[in-house]
Design a protein around this ligand. Structure first.
Ligand code: FAD
Length: 85
């Protein structure tokens, strides 16, 4: 199976937008709970790699997508590089 790469400009890989109302309402007490599976496993880099075969790259911003040539210009810290897809 081909491994996918997912860029995130921040470091929240699965911020669970759908569960946010439950947190605001107070049904879910800790924000951390939203970032875990129903079995309590954190949805972090390790989780996505092992269960979804998706490699996450945090603090990595896609700045330009060249769809014709299938290239993404990416910025990570102060480094810029090109990813092909
Ligand atoms: C309150 C609320 C309730 C919802 N309820 C439901 C529901 O009940 N059912 C349902 O199906 N959907 C629901 N949704 C919608 C669902 O959460 C979204 O469809 C889903 O989060 C979209 O996922 P996504 O990964 O495409 O985008 P997002 O979850 O928005 O993730 C995008 C990520 O990309 C990052 N990013 C943005 N720009 C760049 C860049 N240039 N380079 C690198 N990273 C970048 C962002 O920081 C973010 O981490 C809800 C959303 C909200 C806010």
């Amino acid at each position: 199976m081909r491994r996918l790469l997912s860029l995130k400009k921040g470091n929240l890989f699965s911020y669970a937008g759908c569960g946010m109302p439950y947190y605001i309402e107070g049904q879910i007490k800790e924000l951390d709970e939203l970032l875990k599976t129903s079995l309590g496993v954190p949805r972090d880099e390790d989780y996505f790699l092992k269960t979804k075969n998706v490699k996450l790259l945090g603090h990595t911003e896609a700045q330009r997508i060249d769809r014709c040539n299938k290239k993404v210009t990416v910025k990570r810290s102060s480094h810029k590089f090109i990813l092909r897809y």
